[in-house]
Design a protein around this ligand. Structure first.
Ligand code: NAP
Length: 244
């Protein structure tokens, strides 16, 4: 379905991002994987993608730093060619009540989760305009829709990402470029490793279980594919009904 397409996935070394990389590769896309510090995990995912028969390479790149992002995207363009699909998945948390949250904890979460998407979209924007095609998928969160106690930084970053998604969709729609967001609920990854089957949040999920990274990946690949060419500016919840 994505044969010949070139995809960039941020935060591809673990969790949802790694699952998205695998699903893209299974569908024939070449994958440039960005990560922050997990060299071995990023290399292992990359090897796995190559073993699936696709071109893949990983790049250590802090998405919150515009200069680094600009340099890495230049390298990707020279090594892969023009990007067709951008998936902004890199994200961090620093949860605590606002009363005790440090300024740096607020700034860091906003810098990675929100400014990171600005930094990467800035790289593909002129390329997508010139080619009159492209798909941008931003991984937000249900916290960005409903808010969450103990997550003012995270929820604000994801609400901002949703507004950014809709604004970019409006800027680029006339050129046939689609920009959508996915809002996962509780997905079983390192980020949620502290929560388990007896966590109170489980009782609030109508489908009664955490989601799997592969389930989010399938949705991301649908939004990256021609099957979704008439969908833009949308936020799709994948949360077992949590935020219904
Ligand atoms: P995860 O397992 O903690 O993985 C986070 C990924 O982001 C890693 O690949 C990490 O790279 C990368 N990353 C972190 N900071 C970065 C930076 N500054 N620059 C580049 N990459 C960076 O997280 P996850 O659970 O898969 O979550 C993925 C996305 O889904 C996030 O945006 C998260 O907010 C969102 N989400 C998750 C859930 C959930 O329940 N898990 C729910 C809603 C939304 P390293 O491995 O190198 O550190």
């Amino acid at each position: 379905m994505l044969k010949g397409k070139i995809a960039v996935v941020t935060g591809g070394s673990r969790g949802i991002g790694a699952a998205i990389c695998r699903e893209l590769a299974k569908n024939g896309a070449s994958v440039a994987l960005l990560y922050a510090g997990s060299d071995e995990k990023a290399a292992a995912v990359t090897e796995e993608l190559i073993s699936l028969g696709t071109a893949a390479k990983c790049y250590r790149c802090d998405v919150s730093d515009l200069n680094t992002v600009t340099a890495v995207f230049k390298t990707i363009a020279s090594e892969f060619g023009p990007v067709d699909i951008l998936i902004n998945n890199a994200g961090v948390t620093a949860d605590k009540l606002l009363m005790t949250m440090k300024e740096r904890e607020f700034d860091k979460v906003l810098a990675v989760n929100l400014k990171g998407a600005f930094n990467t979209i800035k790289q593909v924007y002129p390329v997508f305009l010139r080619r009159r095609s492209g798909k941008i998928i931003n991984i937000a969160s249900v916290a960005g829709l409903s808010g969450n106690a103990g997550q003012v930084n995270y929820a604000a970053s994801k609400a901002g990402l949703i507004a950014l998604t809709k604004s970019v969709a409006k800027e680029l729609a006339s050129r046939g470029i689609c920009c959508n967001a996915i809002a996962p609920g509780l997905i079983d990854t390192d980020m949620t490793a502290g929560l388990n089957e007896v966590s109170p949040i489980m009782g609030s999920i109508p489908l009664g279980r955490a989601g799997k990274p592969e389930e989010v990946a399938a949705l991301a690949v649908f939004l990256a594919s021609p099957l979704s060419d008439y969908i833009t500016g949308e936020v799709i919840r994948i949360d077992g009904g949590l935020a219904m």
